[in-house]
Design a protein around this ligand. Sequence first.
Ligand SMILES: Nc1nc2c(ncn2[C@@H]2O[C@H](COP(=O)(O)OP(=O)(O)OP(=O)(O)O)[C@@H](O)[C@H]2O)c(=O)[nH]1
Length: 331
Amino acid sequence: MDLQELLDNARRNEALLRRLQAFELQLLSCQTWFDFLTLLLDGLPAQFDLDAATLKVCDPDGELKAAMLQSLDLEQGVLLNQLEFQSRVPIIDAAPIAPPPPWQSGLALPLLRNDVYLGQLRLYSTNPARFQGGMATDFMQHLAAVIAACLMMVKQSEEQARLALTDPLTGAENRRGFERAYQREWARGQRQYHVFAMILLDLDHFKRVNDVHGHGTGDRALKALCRTLKSVMRPTDHIGRLGGEEFAVLLPGCQPDQLHAVVNRVQQAIRRMTVYNDLQQPVPMTASGSFVSLTPRPHQNLELAQVIDHLDSYLYQAKRNGRDCFVSAEQ
Ligand SMILES: Nc1nc2c(ncn2[C@@H]2O[C@H](COP(=O)(O)OP(=O)(O)OP(=O)(O)O)[C@@H](O)[C@H]2O)c(=O)[nH]1
């Protein structure tokens, strides 16, 4: 290699180092899964002349995927198509890999944080010479270490944000969390003419459950209700505890003609729900509710409080109908 080539190489390395440092600073400022994943999966290929980046993440109990799904809205959720969640990801050293088509070369980098193996970052190029055996990977390994640290930081920051928006007893979203989900969904509906649906529901004779069986049983019933709702809803649906034993469910993309079937499923599941009192005796539960389809229009705003007030009057009607009853609040 002559002197000119050496100088060119050094210049290229210096430029790459500067770009890496700028990218790492961007990574360090990410606080949400959306910012982090967008930067990693779109920003990294764009800024480093690559064709794709993917992540294989160790997620033995599915918690990470669930947390990401909760944080991302329905549109943003497509980012997860570029991720693979696996209960075990093989431990590798940084090395070129045989890429899947249509890519011509690839590099796998381990994501390690404090000796904990988090998964792999995989970079792909259509240029067969881009990643080759024997190439130096120290810059990229350094980047992978920063990515691993940022992944843990974003996880913690998202977890804290989630706790502030979560009801501690049931794990449902609290009023603030649900309000945020509603506002996002309304704005998305306005942009894309998406419909969504809402169900308001309330356990029947809950005061009696507390009075006869004690608050411990009442609390178990609230937790069971939340678990039951989760089991029959999609992971992208939102369950909010609005106060006491009143819950609301927000169903993004639920078409009006599907809503009756969904409500039916919810009602059946609540009837089948098993709650035991302190003497291990089963306490039968039912709920009443109301439901409505919403079609946001541009330049029209409908506050969550207005929707809840509307649903509340129909919920009252369901209670007057004898309870264990769900009423449509369509006008
Ligand atoms: N165990 C428990 N009870 C709660 C909690 N929050 C609210 N409650 C109770 O929920 C009960 C609500 O009672 P009501 O509003 O009279 O309604 P209800 O008895 O379910 O009657 P209907 O809704 O008309 O069927 C009250 O007794 C509250 O104390 C909670 O976190 N835990």
